[in-house]
Design a protein around this ligand. Sequence first.
Ligand code: ATP
Ligand code: LTN
Length: 331
Amino acid sequence: MTKQRVLSGIQPSGKLTLGNYIGAMKNFVALQHEHDCFFMVVDLHAITVQQEPAALREQSEAVATLYVAAGLDPAQASIFMQSHVPAHAELGWLMTTMTYIGELERMTQFKDKSEGKEAVGAGLFVYPSLMAADILLYNTNLVPVGDDQKQHLELTRDLAGRFNHRYGDTFVIPEPFIPKVGARIMSLDDGTKKMSKSSPNAGSFITLLDAPEDIRKKISRAKTDLGREVIFDVQNKPEVSNLMTIFAQCSGQTLEQVQSAYEGQGYGTFKKDLAEVVVQALEPMQSKYADIKASGEITRILRDGAERASAVAEVTLRNVKEAMGFLPRCL
Ligand code: ATP
Ligand code: LTN
């Protein structure tokens, strides 16, 4: 059987959170051995919200380094910066012309991120067309993402189908790959909101590089529902259920195992143990992060990754342009 192509990306719009790890990166690592994988740092997406240049540089390098620290092997998976492969911006434009305004207006991420803002950049609006280009450039079969990206994936599938119908079979129709547990880790201060790295309240998320004492502090302050039982019930106990999901994902246990281990015990003991489980889960990643950073090898990893990615992306882009009727450039 030929290997399936897997592609995904994370924005360098802040420090990566436990939500990014549980919802997406854990699956990147799991998929790399069986599949042909491309994982990028989507810097062109991050600038749809204003970024300070020094912060963008630092965060971009941090995300790439965390990919490797979390267990991605650059020999197995191509790791690269989106902006190092110009085909993304170019196909992004072509896909924007294939997208209807009504489709973009329905995107909940756009509605959430633009809500209450006076000046909203046009890039934030057309962002899903660029994401579609990212995916379609690589003939991607599977896209490992968290639950919040489902709608963007649906649009990508619609755009690929529309293109194929209009210009002939060109794109592979991709499938989302979403974890059964942990696809939507919630904020520590509000069990109805997604944990997000760009939240203004740093107490609402745990970053992958948080120091153990910060992790303990954030978990002890995490909002818990009324009552005292550790029971998984998303409807009535969203905050505790979220903490139980984090526990299960960081310890490798099932939700049932977590629930029965804490039967009859209060939130206090549970939260204390949860903090230790999270600290232990992140410790190997944090020490590997420090080693990779000190070695300076990320530059080479990104250069190799961009080379492998460009080789695939340029072929697709050439086929797309030919199908659309662009005059070929003969050298
Ligand atoms: P931002 O807050 O800047 O929008 P984000 O934290 O939502 O960023 P992204 O870069 O948009 O992160 O997402 C990277 C990947 O992590 C995506 O696959 C996304 O679905 C996943 N992800 C993000 N937040 C969560 C979460 N809270 N739970 C599960 N998966 C998540
Ligand atoms: N939209 C995604 C990031 C993203 C992505 C992609 C994910 C951009 N391009 C391609 C998967 C495949 C997000 O906000 N998390």
